[in-house]
Design a binder for this molecule. Structure first.
Ligand code: ZN
Ligand code: ZN
Length: 410
């Protein structure tokens, strides 16, 4: 029997470098991971440069690369993907931004870039949608809430460019910046004008909004200014089905990843209300098993290890990986499914950011040549049968294993 389906499990940022606190082991090496090791023992392993050797990827460029959309051809910035993930339908040519609510004092100085991590912003979002008018610029806008203080913003109209700066000064104690065009093109200048007008009008609405006056009475920082950043023009994406001939789904609690899934037409199968917790992982694994009954491909992203890497906490990262492994016990796909497990990038605790170090990879299932690797980690997998591949080779290799490639030549 040949496998015909693919489950791609991405352990976001789980890959690391040797950690002093773990006696020179990586968190994946140090963690007790019988389930991951089982897949490594029964599959073919390797290491993978998510984009290319020496390229330090974001989660966005890495995921695009892994699912067969080379970022150099498709990536136009994080903004449009986040906006799509937050529920704005991004059409080709629209400009998308990441946004968040912040607090500004009576002197116009930002005192909290996250507005006291405000949780519920729906009333503010709808007041801005109703009250802000950009029609004098010939432009429509969309504004959606994200998680907590986060939001997404997008512009639709003629003659808009994506080459603009942010109004976020990146530090508290400073006033917000004026948004500037990056180049001399009239389209960038127009976007900058529209954005500055949006910031001004929305600021007026937020200043007197009852939710904010109520917060001030309770001694909480009001969410009285919108910061926007990450401008990008929405590009053209063929659907995953057009590109690979597979009907797929995405399961993730990260808006950036669900956004990528949406732009390539993957079905959204993240169970409602799940979080990045360990209980959430079990729910996502169950959802992935159900999706594989209906579809050919599931992208399952598990966040968590990446955050521990950004925190620089190897012990917490090792513990999270071990708990995650326990939750993966229910990952028991049928004989018709390849299971592919990797990271999207390394997030070494020692640098608290992503690095270009290659990530471990295993492919298990019917038809793969099983190698001698018995442990899923950066060092063991380097000795496996896949050797070192690039992320852009992953889909072709998987499509070949399910006999979906065309012959090159006669
Ligand atoms: Zn990532
Ligand atoms: Zn990260």
């Amino acid at each position: 029997m040949t496998a015909s389906k693919i489950l791609l499990l991405v352990l976001d940022g789980a890959s690391d470098r040797p950690c002093e606190a773990l006696d020179g082991l990586t968190p994946l090496q140090a963690a007790d991971t019988p389930v991951l090791d089982g897949f490594a023992s029964g599959g073919i392993c390797g290491i993978m440069d998510p984009v290319a050797p020496g390229i330090r990827p974001g989660s966005d460029t890495a995921h695009l690369s892994l699912i067969g959309y080379p970022p150099e051809n498709y990536y136009t910035g994080r903004g449009p993907l986040e906006a799509e993930g937050a529920g704005i339908h991004m059409e080709e040519g629209m400009i998308g931004f990441r946004a968040n609510f912040a607090t500004i004092d009576e002197n116009g100085v930002i005192t909290d870039r996250r507005a006291g991590r405000i949780r519920e912003t729906a009333a503010l979002i709808s007041a801005i949608r109703e009250g802000v008018d950009l029609s004098s610029h010939g432009v429509e806008f969309m504004f959606e809430s994200g998680k907590g203080h986060r939001a997404a913003f997008a512009l639709k109209g003629e003659g808009l460019g994506a080459g603009v700066t942010s109004n976020d000064p990146k530090h508290e104690g400073m006033p917000p910046k004026e948004i500037q065009p990056l180049g001399s093109s009239p389209s960038d200048a127009k976007t900058a004008r529209v954005c500055n007008d949006f910031i001004r009008q929305s600021g007026e609405i937020l200043a007197s909004h009852p939710l904010n006056t109520g917060r001030q009475e309770e001694g909480l920082p009001p969410a009285n200014i919108v910061l926007i950043r990450g401008a990008g023009k929405m590009g053209h994406f063929e659907t995953f089905e057009e590109k690979h001939g597979l009907r797929g789904s995405v399961i993730s609690t990260a808006t950036l990843i669900t956004g990528i899934g949406k732009v390539v037409g993957l079905h959204q199968a993240t169970p409602a209300g799940v979080t990045g917790s360990v209980a959430g992982i079990s729910a996502k694994v169950a959802a992935a098993m159900a999706e594989l009954e209906e579809r050919d491909f599931v992208l399952l992203n598990i966040k968590g290890a990446d955050e521990k890497g950004h925190d620089g906490d190897p012990v917490a990262k090792m513990r999270f990986i071990a708990e995650c492994d326990t939750a993966l016990r229910d990952l028991v796909p049928g004989d018709d499914c390849l299971v592919v497990i990797c990271s999207d990038h390394s997030t070494p605790c020692s640098i608290k950011d992503h690095s270009a170090d290659p990530v471990p990879l295993v492919i298990s299932g019917e038809g793969v040549r099983i190698d001698d690797v018995t442990h899923f980690d950066e060092i063991s997998c380097a000795g496996g049968g896949l050797n070192r591949i690039s992320g852009q080779s992953l889909m072709p290799i998987l499509l070949d294993l399910i006999n979906k490639t065309d012959k090159y030549g006669a």
